[in-house]
Design a protein around this ligand. Structure first.
Ligand SMILES: [Zn+2]
Length: 142
């Protein structure tokens, strides 16, 4: 499991998973030792705190995938930066996003190639919940 996790979620480590009736819940923690301040670009290894992030990924055989990731907040050590702390970032998901980049891409691809009615049908059969408003939002961001 850990090898799959390292490929799917670079910068993290597998902790546990469980499968209930509707979804697969995967718990991960960050193993990134440094973070780059998104405001000034300076790298820091001084951890401020930990917090949990929750987001969806591509479903696995119709099971919705929910990821819970323990992330870090770092201190920005640049005196000239206006921000004292910042959240670490990951290559597979945008900051503050609730869906991974690959899930967003899948949803947008399906909407692009189908009527919106058909697309939402396909997505719900796949186990992806994305209403029209969500898709409009995603389109604007990507
Ligand atoms: Zn900074």
């Amino acid at each position: 499991m850990n090898i799959a996790v390292q490929k799917l979620y670079p910068g993290t480590r597998y902790l546990s998973h469980r499968l209930d009736k509707e979804k697969l819940v995967i718990e991960l923690e960050s193993i990134q030792e440094v973070g780059e301040c998104p405001y000034c670009g300076k790298v820091s290894s001084k951890v401020h705190s930990y917090y949990s992030r929750k987001f969806s990924d591509l479903p696995l055989k119709r099971y919705q995938t929910e990821v819970r990731l323990l992330c870090k907040k770092f201190f920005c050590l640049n005196d000239e930066c206006k921000h004292r702390t910042f959240s670490e970032s990951f290559g597979f998901i945008k900051p503050l996003a609730l869906k991974t980049d690959r899930l967003v891409k899948e949803i947008l691809d399906i909407y692009e190639n189908n009527s919106s009615r058909k697309a939402s049908l396909i997505l719900s059969e796949m186990g992806i919940s994305a209403c029209k408003a969500t898709v409009c939002n995603l389109k604007n961001k990507h």
